[in-house]
Design a protein around this ligand. Structure first.
Ligand SMILES: [Zn+2]
Length: 87
């Protein structure tokens, strides 16, 4: 069931579903142009205000290409990584 929450990328109101895998969430954000997924680690960083503008840009570009990107946190360096399409 979708809940109304702030988009972790842009802060506007978005729809969020928990993934069946429980490995994060799927968001649908009008401001960002569509749907994307985010893992728990990346979500936590975003909630702390540490989302990076280049990650937002990369995700929006992929959405505009019709893809469903996924943002994860690379464990070793705690860096955001964007998987291009998890559809
Ligand atoms: Zn957004």
């Amino acid at each position: 069931m979708a809940e109304d929450v702030q988009c972790p990328l842009c802060g506007t109101l978005a729809k969020r579903d928990t993934l069946k895998s429980l490995d994060g969430y799927r968001y649908a954000c009008g401001e960002c142009g569509g749907s994307f997924e985010i893992g728990h680690g990346a979500q936590r960083l975003a909630e702390r205000g540490q989302m990076r503008p280049d990650v937002v840009m990369a995700v929006r570009t992929l959405i505009a290409e019709g893809k469903t990107p996924r943002i994860e946190l690379e464990a070793v360096q705690a860096e955001f990584t964007v998987l291009p399409d998890v559809k």
